[in-house]
Each structure stands twice: as C-alpha cells, then as structure tokens.
Design a protein around this ligand. Structure first.
Ligand SMILES: [Fe+2]
Length: 402
C-alpha cells in the first residue's frame, strides 16, 4: 500500500515510492528507492522535502499514516470546493477559437525571440530590451483578449528547445496570473519580461548538464543551481532592466518555507512576483514532457501544488493560480458522466467546474464520435465532469481538437 508520511517519521529500510518533490531536476536518481541509512533521510530533509510516499509492501509500514487514496480524496475535495467558490474575471471580449489563430503566431514569434536572446547571451552579448518588449506586449494583448487561447498552446515542447519554450510558457502563464489578480498593465509587462528571461542564466550552465537526458547528480545539481545567480548578473547589467523583472529571475527557485535557493528567503521576504514565478515554474515543468519525465496532467499538478501549499508555496497564491487557469485547464482530457471523453476548450468565467468542452470519444462503445461542443454551465446541459483522464491511456492527442 502507498502511504504518505512525514520525513521525520522516515526510517532506514522504508521504501520510498515517491519523493514528493516539486523540482524535477532534484538529484535523487530515481523517485522510488530504498532508504539505506540515516544519512539518506538527512539528505531528503536538507532538500526541503517534508513528506514522502512509502510503499509498505516493499518496506516497513506506518500503521496510522493516510493512504495515497485518502490524500487524493482530500485534495480533490479541496479542488472541488475551490471550483465552487472561486470566480474568474468577467468574460473575455474575443472568443477562444478566434484568438487562438493569433496566439499561435505570437507564441511562435516569442519562442524565436527568446531563443535568439538566450543564445546571444551564451555568446556574451548583452540583452536588448527593445527586442523582447514588443513580444511581451503582444502576449499581454492576447491574454487580455482571451486568456485561454495562448495558454492552451504552451504544453507542447520539443526536447532541443525545452529551455526556450519553458521560458515562453513561464512568461505567458505569469502574465495570465497577473491579469487574474488585476495587477496594472505596466507591472504585468515587467513581470512577463522577467518570466521570459527567468532562466537566462542557464545559458552559462555547461550544455552536458543543462541538456542531460536524465536526472542530475548532486554535484551537477549544485552547478545547475548557479543559473539563478548567473541570470541575475546578466540582467543587472542590462540597461533599463526593472527591479520587478529582476526579482522574478532572482526568486523563482525560492520557497515559502525558506528551503529554496539561492538565498533561502522565507515567506514574504520573497516578493509577490517571485512567489508567483515559483508556482508557475513548477506547474510548467511538471506538466511538460521531457526526456526523463512524462508530463503530468494539469489537474493532477494542481493537486500537487495544493499539497505543497503552505510550505513550498503560499496556499492563497496557489488558489489564485487555480483561479487563473481553472480546475480543468484548457486542453485537459476529461470523462463526462455520460461516458464521453471530451477536451476542455474554454473556461467558464465564473464556474470553474463547468467549462465548455468538446466531446470526441465514447468511452462506453470505445469509439470516436463527430466532435460535439457542450457548455457544461448552461442550464439545459445535465452532463458533468466525472474525472480528468490521461490522454496516452486512450491514445488521444487533445491538442488536435482545440
Ligand atoms: Fe530556473
């Protein structure tokens, strides 16, 4: 049985099923391993990990610890409660389908510009703000027209372009997050700029570590951590760089409980924008597929963000992020009570549990159907989302139906 226990209750010979750590680059080579010594436990604690999942069939049990199902049930109840109580901003002025056409172009252009800036940085060139500012402004415009259009395009990443596409995703998600928090436009642009450039210091990390097709060793992880300091040095010498953008880059790996890096800042010692960047960075990293990590479904990642709220992140900020992208973010494959599998195509502005969906597959007859849209919030629609689904289990690519 899989159970969740505090790291303080961990004993040698227990078998860790999941280290329960938000950083996918962490140096534990496998998520599942046998705890061999007290030294192992000290190392786990030193990485700021508070709770882990153990497999009681492969090592000693903790009789009163909750099972993974109990933990998930509680987190799902929390998500459903948020879905019933959180309201989004007023309806967007432009429809999601119409905006997606422009958003695709903006996203491509953003990827190209960020790639150029980051590669130039590797050659020792200075960042030119006039190159990146128009792109930030285009992303902000798109999100103000319809926040669901561009956000649905961010999950797809190519292995050789991961750092650039992750940078665009973090910048874009941060802009959407700021808009949902009703932050003024000028500030949104600075936060977005910081998001696009937050990992610029990775260009000074040796390529064999940056693009290693596997998890990092402890010493490689220490080298990788330097990317934050390298990034700050680059951005500090950029003429006209704002403190807000700098804070996003400087603080995106800090944690609310002080267990992050490079400075180990705690609570509100981390700026609001730094805290927002840390939530968004983890969300995008976990939902993305990489060589050694299969992307986790967005709703499952939201569940993890809630689980890590209050130690790794500030819980109320996680709530605000969920309000930004919904309980079932656009592009999520869901199963309806009717048995239809559907792709979420647009959030409802005040009902996060009942988005607009496109039914594509009948799970009872196991056959495709002509795509049909349902507005789950409309009074005449009695179908409801029963659960989210893992697309690969059904051989479905939800992106094809957006
Ligand atoms: Fe980073």
């Amino acid at each position: 049985m899989i159970k969740k226990i505090d790291v303080t209750d961990l004993k040698p010979r227990m078998f860790i099923h999941d280290i329960n750590c938000p950083w996918i680059d962490h140096p534990f080579l496998r998520d599942s391993f046998l705890v061999e010594s007290v030294r192992d436990i000290e190392k786990i604690a030193a990485y700021g990990i508070r709770q882990v999942y153990i497999d009681t069939e492969r090592g000693p049990d903790m009789p009163h610890a909750p099972t993974v199902h109990e933990v998930h049930r509680q987190l799902d109840d929390h998500l459903q409660h948020l879905g019933r109580t959180l309201k989004r901003a007023p309806p967007p002025p432009v429809g999601v389908e119409k905006e997606r056409v422009k958003a695709k172009q903006i996203c491509r252009e953003a990827g190209r510009i960020v790639q150029n800036i980051l590669l130039d940085c590797r050659l020792g060139k200075q960042v030119e703000l006039e190159q990146v500012e128009p792109v930030v402004s285009d992303i902000v415009d798109s999100i103000f027209r319809n926040p669901d259009a561009i956000v649905s395009l961010l999950r797809i990443k190519q292995a050789d372009k991961y750092t650039f596409q992750h940078s665009v995703a973090v910048g874009t998600l941060l802009i959407s997050f700021c808009r949902a928090m009703e932050i003024e436009r000028k500030t949104i642009e600075l936060v977005g700029l910081g998001g696009l450039l937050h990992d610029i210091g990775k260009m000074q990390v040796p390529n064999n570590i940056l693009n290693k097709p596997g998890k990092l060793t402890e010493s490689e992880f220490e080298i990788m951590k330097n990317h934050v300091r390298y990034g700050c040095l680059t951005l500090e010498k950029t003429p006209g760089m704002s403190t807000i953008a700098l804070n996003v880059a400087a603080e995106h790996h800090e944690c609310y409980d002080g267990s992050g890096y490079p400075r180990g800042l705690k609570g509100d010692e981390i700026s609001l924008y730094g805290q927002m960047a840390s939530v968004v960075d983890v969300y995008d990293a976990l939902t993305s597929t990489r060589i050694y990590h299969v992307g986790i479904e967005p709703t499952e990642v939201l569940r993890k963000l809630l689980e890590w709220g209050n130690h790794h992140f500030k819980l109320t900020l996680v709530h605000q992020f969920i309000r930004t992208i919904g309980i079932y973010p656009v592009g999520t494959l869901v199963r309806l009570d009717s048995g239809y599998l559907a792709v979420v195509v647009e959030q409802h502005h005040e009902n996060l549990l009942h988005p607009r969906v496109r039914a594509i597959f009948n799970s009872r007859s196991r056959s495709y159907m002509p795509p049909r849209d349902y507005d789950l919030s409309s009074p005449g629609c009695h179908d409801r989302i029963a659960s989210f689904e893992v697309p690969s289990r059904w051989g479905i690519d939800p992106g094809r139906y957006l």
